[in-house]
Design a protein around this ligand. Sequence first.
Ligand code: ZN
Ligand code: ZN
Length: 400
Amino acid sequence: MRIIPDIHDLRDDMKRWRRELHQYPQTSYQEVFASDFITEKLTMWGIPFERNLAKTGIVATITGQTNTSGKTLGLRADMDALDITEQTGLPHASRYPGKMHACGHDGHTAILLGTAHYLQKSRDFNGTVHLIFQPAEESGAGAVTLIKEGLFDRFPCDYVFALHNWPWLEAGKMGTRAGALMASSDEFTITITGKGGHAALPHKTIDPVIVAAQIIQSSQAIISRHINPLDQAVISMTNIRAGTGASNIIPDTAHISGTVRTFRQDLRPLIKKHLEQIVCHTAQAFGAQATCDYIFDYDVTVNSPEGVAQAIVAASDILGAKNVMADYEPTMGAEDFGAMLRVSPGAFVFLGQGVPSHPDSPHNAGLHTPGYDFNDDILPIGASYFARLVERYLTPTAQS
Ligand SMILES: [Zn+2]
Ligand SMILES: [Zn+2]
């Protein structure tokens, strides 16, 4: 492990920042505490920034000692928390009831702050770095809002990079891959309208529950019959709502909602089309009516080959090549950073935070669970990785 010495010296500060951020978690577009916290630090360190981007977002810009290369790099951290009641019992646990940094975005913010502090002090690079503090990763597509507000027009980036702590990977290791690392995430709501009545007289009704059952069964054939078996896609119907609670009443309506995941952008409209067909025609076959409200939500997170190559070199500098996995297993989870990677090349990486030697450690708890806690030991690793990406791509001798 070769942590950058100045960042190693900053580890206690970063830990303090992270724990303070952890105590005041706020959800999508409400991250006022984090936003004020970040701008206070940036102001103190003399780093210029623009705030109120996508409501609570901030972009800080640091220029190297020289800026003749014309090169630019973007580093992104997310800031938002989740609607979860924390159960860690830790001294720095959430002070906001029902809200929790259960995905470690407090840690990501502290890492980018540590990187900012180091880069501003050293400025040992030739070019410009934009530090993007993004709101609303968990829901609300903060990355998309930033892009719509002109993020990459106002702050052009040759490449963008981001990381996510990963409890399933040991601290001191990093995993990534070229191509799709995380899936797209779309949502749908199906409403079936039949004709209710007495449960003992089904022939006088159009039972929407039967239609719902058929739709749930048939929709799995989209995956098994319409998708190339070599591609991956998931349809999960996660909510069914029908009936009054009475056992002797056939209801008028039934509702189903769920999610679609895939690693290929072009499969998303295909799945939507087939789902709509199944919903519409199944309802029709039973004399019912149905609608399918389908929302394209988060994009596939696709790493560019050059971005991954840079990530692997920088991570290997810090962690040693044997601790950097260049073909890490992708996950069907989704990440808002995918929207940025559709506009700009770059890479998303998983930064290990697990502690296998202590099975009960909160650092091993899954993301989005009430017993999870970010591992502060990886703060200097993340900041060193970001700093090294900058120093490698924007080498002081870099020319345009
Ligand atoms: Zn999350
Ligand atoms: Zn997250």
